[in-house]
Structures are given as structure tokens and as C-alpha cells.
Design a protein around this ligand. Structure first.
Ligand code: NAG
Length: 187
């Protein structure tokens, strides 16, 4: 193999996840974060507890103006996701509660476990795809699409979502449009 091809092979493997060096890369949020996520915590210090997330336990009372309660398990709160390209969130809705239109840099799958919601997304051709979901249903929101959820049932609703990024960002469209910090004469 030529030096050049060895170089390319090296570059290719260098871009793969931390799995080359370690079985896993539980992040250390006390260290600076780079474009690939956090630096790995010393694997010798990682116990089983690091692989269990308990933040979704119990009742989540939706007490904000939207009637929702979003519990994120992104890598900043569950550093075990670091380097794995996955994350989770629990969504709780009061009756009539909404998660206003927003986007992530990743795709998302939603699984409804309680209640009945309308969920949907809008593609780049401004075509809306939405449906009423019942318990057990799964809906997919392709990456970066604007999407939303509304509790249309007569009782509270709960869903879990999974995203294919450890820290998938969250951009709320109404906030970006109407509560950004552009000077008033431009906005
Ligand atoms: C979400 O639920 C938890 C537990 O009930 C509560 O402490 C928290 O204030 C709620 N947050 C919102 C935004 O409703």
C-alpha cells in the first residue's frame, strides 16, 4: 500500500467514532466540548449506573404556557449518549397542550404511550404531513423538518421521542422568528 493510501485509510478511521479506542465514550461534561462531542471519561471509572437514565421517572406536570413538559435526555444531561449518535426525550402534554413548531438537525421518531395527539411536519415544499396518533403509534419526522405535536384528546398525553444525534439541537421556530435579537429596524 502506498503512503498516500495508508494516509487515506488512517483519515477514514480517524473520522469514525471513539469506538476505535474504547468500547464506549461516556462524555465528561466538565471538559471542553468539540464538534464530535465531549472527551471520554476514563472507562475505568464508568460503572453500570452510567448506562441507566432515571430522569424520565414519575409524573411530569405540564405547567408552562404551552401545556407541555419536555424532559430531554441529550448528552449534556446523559453523557453516556456521547459518541453514540442517539438521544431521547419524554414529552408530556396537558389537555390541549402543544409543542410549538420546531426543528432539530437530526431525524426523530415519536412513540405515543398515553393519550391521543396530532403530530405532523412540514417539508421544504411546504407540504404538511400530519395525523392523529393513538397509543402505540409511531411517527417519523425526517431530519431538519419543522414539526409539532398537539394533545387533541380529553386526557393528558405522553410520548417518547428518539433522535439520531447525541445532542441534536432544538430550534423553536416562533422564538427564532419573533424573539430573536435582531435590531428592530431589521426584524
Ligand atoms: C415538569 O415536571 C416536573 C415534575 O413534575 C416539574 O418539576 C417541572 O417544573 C415541570 N416543568 C415544566 C416546564 O412544566
Amino acid at each position: 500500500m502506498s503512503n498516500l493510501s495508508i494516509f487515506f485509510v488512517f483519515c477514514f478511521f480517524s473520522t469514525l467514532s471513539h469506538a476505535i479506542e474504547f468500547n464506549f465514550c461516556v462524555g465528561d461534561p466538565s471538559l471542553p466540548r468539540g464538534s464530535q462531542g465531549y472527551a471520554c471519561k476514563d472507562p475505568a471509572k464508568v460503572t453500570t449506573d452510567y448506562f441507566v437514565y432515571t430522569g424520565f421517572r414519575g409524573e411530569k406536570t405540564p405547567n408552562n404556557v404551552f401545556g407541555n413538559n419536555v424532559t430531554l435526555a441529550f448528552s449534556n444531561v446523559f453523557p453516556t449518549f456521547n459518541g453514540l449518535g442517539i438521544s431521547l426525550a419524554r414529552l408530556d402534554f396537558a389537555v390541549g397542550g402543544v409543542i410549538p413548531i420546531h426543528s432539530h438537525c437530526t431525524s426523530e421518531i415519536l412513540n405515543l404511550v398515553k393519550g391521543s395527539i396530532i403530530a405532523g411536519f412540514i417539508d421544504t415544499n411546504n407540504i404538511a404531513y400530519y395525523n392523529r396518533l393513538e397509543v402505540g403509534d409511531v411517527m417519523v419526522f425526517p431530519q431538519a423538518m419543522l414539526h409539532f405535536q398537539i394533545n387533541v384528546g380529553k386526557s393528558p398525553a405522553t410520548a417518547y421521542v428518539s433522535l439520531n444525534g447525541a445532542n441534536p439541537t432544538l430550534q423553536l421556530t416562533p422564538t427564532s422568528l419573533f424573539a430573536e435579537n435582531l435590531p428592530a429596524d431589521i426584524a
